[in-house]
Design a protein around this ligand. Structure first.
Ligand SMILES: Nc1ncnc2c1ncn2[C@@H]1O[C@H](COP(=O)(O)OP(=O)(O)O)[C@@H](O)[C@H]1O
Ligand SMILES: [Mg+2]
Length: 255
C-alpha cells in the first residue's frame, strides 16, 4: 500500500514563487507517473486558477474539508494533467476560519483528513498563503517535509531567516518529524550582482534544491491554465522544475 509523501510549500513572504513551485512540482511528479494531489490552502486560490479553474465553479473545496474531515473524497477533482488531482481553495477560506477557530482540533484537521487519502496518492503538495495562519499551521502539522522557495534578493533572505526560526518553533509544538527538505532559489537574475551574492549566501547556509531563473515562461503558463512544465515544456524553466522534482524524489524515495 502506498502512503503519500506530503510536501508543504511555504514562505511567509508573498510573491516568491510558492504557487508556481507547487503547481510545477505537482505536475512534474504526475509526469513522472506518480499519482499526485495538489491542495490549495490560500484564499486567493492561485493554485486552483493555475490549473485553469474558476474557484466559484466547484461545489466542494478545502473549506468543505475543514468543516468535516470525512468530506475529503468529495473535494478531490481531476485536473487537465494525467495523474494530477486537486482540492481547490475558495475565496471564503479566511472567513470560514471563524467557524472552527474555537475547536480543539483546529490545527489538526487537515492531518486527519489526509489520513483518509494517504493510500491513494504517492505525493501530496500543499500550497500555502504568505502568513503563518491557522491553515499554514495545519499544513505544517500534516506534512512530512517543507520546501521553501526564496527569491535571490537581500530582503527575501532576511525574511527567510525569520521564517525558518518560526518553523523550528512550530515543529517543536506541532510536528517534531517535519523535515526542512531545502530551499529553492527563485526569480534568479544571473546578470544582477545582488542575485549572485544572495545565491552564494544561500548555498553556503541552506540546502539549495535548485535554481529557477526569472523568465516570462513561468508566468505566461498561468494564462494557459496549465503548469509551465506542461504548457511550456521545452523551456529552460520547465527543465529547472523537472530537475528539482527529480532531486526531491531522490531525497524522499528510498531505493
Ligand atoms: N521564475 C519566474 N520568473 C518570473 N516570474 C515568475 C517566476 N515564477 C513565478 N513568477 C510570477 O511571479 C508572481 C508570483 O509568483 P507566485 O508563484 O504566485 O508566488 P507566491 O505564491 O509566493 O505569492 C506570479 O505572477 C508568477 O507568475
Ligand atoms: Mg501563492
Amino acid at each position: 500500500m502506498i502512503l503519500s509523501k506530503i510536501i508543504c510549500v511555504a514562505n511567509q513572504k508573498g510573491g516568491v514563487g510558492k504557487t508556481t513551485l507547487a503547481s510545477n512540482l505537482g505536475a512534474s511528479l504526475a509526469l513522472e507517473g506518480k499519482p499526485t494531489l495538489l491542495i490549495d490552502l490560500d484564499s486567493l486560490c492561485s493554485l486552483t486558477k493555475a490549473q485553469g479553474y474558476n474557484p466559484d465553479d466547484f461545489d466542494s473545496s478545502i473549506v468543505t474539508v475543514f468543516e468535516n474531515v470525512k468530506n475529503v473524497p468529495q473535494c478531490i477533482y481531476e485536473t487537465g494533467v494525467d495523474n494530477l488531482s486537486i482540492i481547490p481553495s475558495s475565496p471564503m477560506l479566511d472567513v470560514a476560519e471563524t467557524s472552527y477557530i474555537n475547536k480543539k482540533d483546529k490545527f489538526d484537521r487537515l492531518k486527519k483528513a489526509l489520513e483518509i487519502v494517504k493510500p491513494i496518492f504517492e505525493y501530496i503538495i500543499i500550497d500555502t498563503s504568505p502568513t503563518l495562519n491557522l491553515y499554514t499551521i495545519n499544513a505544517l502539522a500534516a506534512s512530512n517535509c517543507i520546501v521553501i522557495p526564496a527569491e535571490t534578493k537581500y530582503q527575501s533572505m532576511f525574511s527567510l531567516e525569520v521564517f525558518i526560526s518560526s518553523i523550528e518553533a512550530m515543529k517543536e509544538m506541532k510536528n517534531p518529524d517535519l523535515k526542512l527538505l531545502g530551499v529553492v532559489a527563485t526569480m534568479y537574475n544571473c546578470q544582477a550582482n545582488e542575485d549572485k551574492e544572495v545565491l552564494t549566501e544561500l548555498q553556503e547556509n541552506q540546502s539549495v534544491l535548485g535554481i529557477i531563473k526569472r523568465t516570462t515562461a513561468a508566468s505566461s503558463a498561468v494564462k494557459k491554465g496549465l503548469p509551465c512544465v506542461v504548457a511550456n515544456k521545452r523551456t529552460v524553466v520547465a527543465q529547472e522544475y523537472r530537475e528539482i522534482t527529480k532531486k526531491i524524489m531522490n531525497l524522499l524515495e528510498v531505493k
